[in-house]
Design a protein around this ligand. Sequence first.
Ligand code: KG4
Ligand code: ZN
Length: 352
Amino acid sequence: MNILGIETSCDETAVAWIELVDQQMMVRDSLVSSQIRLHERFGGVVPEIATREHLKNLPLLTKNIFKKNNLSAKTLDAIAVTSGPGLPTALLVGVSFAKALGVALRKPVYGINHLEGHLYSPFISMAPSEGLEMAIDPLSFPAVALLVSGGHTLLIHLRNWGDYHKLGGTVDDAAGEAFDKVARMMGLPYPGGPEIERWARGGDENAIEFPQSFPERDNFNFSFSGLKTSVRYFLEKNPSYRSEEKLKKNLCASFQKAVIDVLVRKSIRALQYTGSQNLILAGGVACNRVLRDQMKLQLQRNSLKLHLAESQFCTDNAAMIASIAGEKILQGIPPSLVGDFDPNFKISSLSS
Ligand code: KG4
Ligand code: ZN
């Protein structure tokens, strides 16, 4: 089975070709055209610019993946495209393009939930070179996923692929958004997550005690706006933390710790609550080394298992979109044929 994936929900235009080999999804090629540099000076994604870039780049990337890999309509079985959630006009570009391609190549086009794609990201890998075995542990259900990106912070209970129950989420800013906003206050470029992580290296994470959100026992929600406001007040009172290198490092490390501690603590609690042994950590913030290491350490201490995506598949890509479509077909849960796009597509709406 060969599937072409298309992703245009936010500021990355992506196409990928995946093949199902020995019951495992292999990424044959994954192309991503990032628009970060174009949005950087605005401190966030500008939907009009994102849409124009998708319009320009999606046909180019698609042509490129076909040519590079000698792909033909004969090789392909299906097309999978992100149909939501995301920026409306950005989604419209991907869905319209995929539908047209499906008609031209006479292939079915599946509409995929972007968040469901992220959940599948730890289970994909670039096809290994000859002679090498690809070994990815499959997921045992029930499981919990912590999805942390620029637009979402969600804890999800998975009973199977396609069967999701939301345990909690952010009531204000997403974790990635908090990184981006605090970076901006510090005068650091967009996207702020990688910048804060870089500055936090070598900083004292216990230098400043920032408040942690919703520490109550049975609550799976997150809130990062209080933390963001404390950083703002702290910087107003202590402007040298913006300019002096050592202080800047301490502030970034302390802020990062405040976010990570709460993410780790609530993930473990969600695993215990649902009786799950397996945690999926996915989304752009999952690129963060300290989060990855902390989560691994704390889960090991509790004899729980972590499924982590390679960094290139944590951020938006089309390989995860094509692969979850493939996994569902394999499990006999055919994904829905694409209809319209849905900017507010809820992942829990996929459960029957
Ligand atoms: O999943 P993603 O590529 O796009 C969305 O669907 O939102 O996530 C992007 C977010 C940005 O907010 C970015 O600052 C954050 O992920 N991010 C990080 C790191 N790398 C990316 N946050 C913390 N540490 C990182 N290393
Ligand atoms: Zn995403």
